[in-house]
Design a binder for this molecule. Structure first.
Ligand code: SPV
Ligand code: MG
Length: 303
């Protein structure tokens, strides 16, 4: 399969996930390994989380990793899987022109779509300084969406417009005004983000928004809301945004602390994945087979 046909297939898959009537789910990944695990678990798509990628790189979610560093990570994730990836493209890493170049590079690397948010570069995570972060001018952000849509070569490549109006405390009317502006600019879906511990403002948004465009949510803080409620509200896609990074963090902390305290491995061996599992995930079998096919065999007669 060529890079182009692989890309088209995945973009069509992501578009379908957003547009179908049944609720869909994107699971966070932050490197090739976690992307493989998302696919193995049965998920239909991956959220390449800015927060999780930054955390895994040991930096803050404040554009401390450059966009080409994020792209490198996304490429490993793309190579490691066959399901579509929606990249968290933060603010697009600059102006409309940066967004155009980002879209080209994502298409080249088999990423099925990008989500950009109406904050200012360099952004902070919505849960860190959400309420105090200035929003981008809505018209300028709409221009970024238009530029992204105009520069994609694969018609199925997906551009999700994310508004932070609720996070910034600007209220429902402003969230709706922005979402409508981004819809008119050509966005394929709207991500409406909320930092509340209940889904009330998301439900209010949905009541007004209706089915103008598919809506994506990130229920990190309103995790107690039953998933059926999201389906009833007409939401298209739920992103589980950071839970592999957070579970890996906890597991690594516990293992490191145990080995540090005990100075032996006897009590951890049964609590960690086997090496055989690691090699299987890496596809060692395929390499052994390829070596048989393409390396001169040791006992073969010399030509
Ligand atoms: C991310 O996963 O990086 C997101 C979602 O953008 S949030 O952290 O909630 O902003
Ligand atoms: Mg993010």
């Amino acid at each position: 399969m060529t890079a182009t046909s692989r890309t088209s297939t995945r973009t069509a898959m992501l578009r379908h996930l957003l547009q179908r009537s049944e609720l869909s789910f994107l699971m966070e990944a932050h490197n090739g390994l976690s992307a493989k695990l998302v696919e193995q678990a049965g998920f239909e798509g991956i959220w390449a989380s800015g927060l999780s990628i930054a955390a895994a790189l040991g930096v803050r979610d404040s554009n401390e990793a450059s966009w080409t560093q994020v792209l490198e990570v996304a490429e490993f994730m793309s190579d490691a899987t066959r399901i579509p990836i929606l990249l968290d493209g933060d603010t697009g890493y600059g102006n409309f022109n940066s967004v155009r170049r980002l879209v080209h590079k994502l298409e080249q690397r088999g990423i099925a779509g990008v989500c950009i948010e109406d904050k200012l570069f360099p952004k902070s995570n919505s849960f860190v300084r959400g309420g105090t972060q200035p929003l981008a001018d809505a018209a300028e952000f709409a221009g970024k969406i238009q530029a992204a849509k105009a520069s994609q070569r694969d018609p199925d490549f997906v551009v999700v417009a994310r508004t932070e109006a609720l996070i910034a405390g600007q209220g429902l009317a402003e969230a709706l005004r922005r979402a409508e502006a981004y819809r008119c600019a050509g966005a394929d879906a709207i991500l409406i983000h909320s930092a509340r511990s209940d889904a009330n403002e998301i439900q209010s948004f949905m009541a007004e928004w209706g089915d103008r465009l598919p809506v994506v949510i990130v229920p990190t803080t309103y995790y107690r809301t039953p998933t059926e409620v999201f389906a009833e509200e007409g939401i298209s896609t739920v992103i589980w945004a950071n839970h592999l990074m957070r579970s890996a963090l906890r597991a690594m902390q516990l293992t490191a602390a145990k080995i540090f305290a005990e100075q032996h491995l006897r009590n951890v061996e049964d609590t960690v994945a086997s090496l055989a599992e690691v090699f299987a995930l890496q596809g060692e079998d395929e390499l052994a087979e390829a070596e048989q096919r393409w390396l001169p065999q040791r006992n073969a007669p010399r030509p």
